[in-house]
Design a protein around this ligand. Structure first.
Ligand code: COI
Length: 356
């Protein structure tokens, strides 16, 4: 055990598992780096974080989050810059969102030192795990779990904060085919749709497996009152290029995750002089635009998937095919622009890149 310059106690593995990674075939979420960061909250205070070898946790079967889902997470990515140094994309924004999720789920907030500096230290230790190939990155997964050993229903008092990392390749390797959902509901105003609470993802498994069997990749979630307005697709925010404008659902009703990639895309589009409207967008408006030839491009945005072009949208039996993705000017430009910033190939004029 050593104490690093950051003051974080660090217990390094004796033998790295890095040889398990095939750099030419990195799949999302299959391999975990050598180390993880852990910190415990008890008696109203956070204990000191430690970096330890990635390993199973020993938890009582009565642990709160197993039963009641008091659990949140984040998704962040680190890249290698042209000099081979790891850099992290917008971790401060994920930290702020993590704490918004924590507040809604009656969990303790974490300091920037714990979340961002802890992450930087962990990536420094596991820097060899940040892949270098195009479309690859180190996916960083911070998690906060309620760990009281108590199965009565009340907000927990003990928590585990953990950061694990995983080398990642592209999340989707083809343009996605979307099914518009009008039976199940992802989020209501006043609910937890704006958080990265585990339950938001757990509840999507059944509807998603149903549409996958039907041959689609992801669901387009609509509002729970009329199934009329667009919310998100799968685990991503969504944008439609209609005419010469980009339109995305606004995030004011607590039903939609304030995506960091979403925000980056809005910023880049506006800087490019493209009008972005954040507002209610109905399925009818999308269908109408498709009929009139005005639905030019559509894509999902998220940390894991980055920018995922949408090839087609199906509502009941009606399939709306979009023009071939190779011809899309806005999405293809955005993908390239965002990659150049993330891999440190282009000057970071927004303060988005944090060095390890
Ligand atoms: C992300 O984009 O980071 C997500 O949270 C999606 C996911 C659950 C893989």
């Amino acid at each position: 055990m050593m104490v690093s310059e950051t003051g974080i106690k660090t217990n390094k593995v004796e033998n790295s598992r890095i040889h398990e990674v095939d750099p030419s075939n990195i799949q999302f979420g299959k391999t975990y780096s050598d180390h993880m960061l852990v910190a415990y909250y008890e008696d109203g205070v956070w204990g000191k974080p430690e970096v330890i070898p990635f390993a199973n946790l020993a938890l009582s079967p009565a642990t709160t989050f197993f039963h009641y889902g008091q659990a949140i997470f984040e998704g962040v990515k680190a890249y290698k810059d042209p000099n081979g140094n790891p850099i992290i994309f917008r971790p401060n924004d994920n930290w702020a969102r993590f704490n918004r999720s924590a507040r809604r789920m009656a969990m303790p907030e974490v300091s920037r030192e714990l979340f961002v500096d802890g992450m930087r230290h962990l990536i420094d230790i596991d820097r060899d795990w940040v892949p270098t190939g195009e479309d690859t990155s180190l996916y960083i997964r911070p998690v906060l779990l309620a760990i009281d050993e108590f199965i009565g229903v009340r907000p927990a008092e003990k928590f585990l904060f953990l950061i694990m990392t995983s080398p990642a390749g592209p999340y989707y390797n083809h343009p996605v085919s979307i099914y518009v959902q009008d039976k199940y509901v992802r989020a209501f105003p006043g609910g937890i749709g704006f958080t990265k609470a585990a339950g938001n993802y757990g509840m999507s498994m059944l509807p998603t497996s149903q549409i996958k069997k039907m041959g689609y990749d992801q669901i387009l979630w609509t509002d729970g009152f009329e199934h009329k307005y667009v919310q998100e697709i799968g685990t991503m925010n969504v944008f439609f290029i209609i005419g010469d404008k980009a339109i995305t659902p606004d995030i004011n009703q607590d039903t939609i995750l304030a995506g960091v990639t979403r925000d980056s895309v809005i910023t880049l589009l506006r800087e490019k002089g493209i009008t972005v409207e954040e507002r209610n967008l109905s399925i009818d408006e999308i269908s109408e635009a498709h009929k009139n030839g005005q639905l030019k491009e559509a894509f999902g945005t998220g940390t894991a998937a980055s920018i995922a072009p949408i090839a087609a949208l199906t509502i009941h039996d009606v399939k709306m095919e979009l023009p071939p993705v190779e011809t899309w000017e806005v999405t293809n430009w955005l993908k390239q622009e965002l990659s150049n910033i993330r891999y440190g190939r282009k000057e970071d004029t927004h303060g988005w890149i944090v060095k390890v």
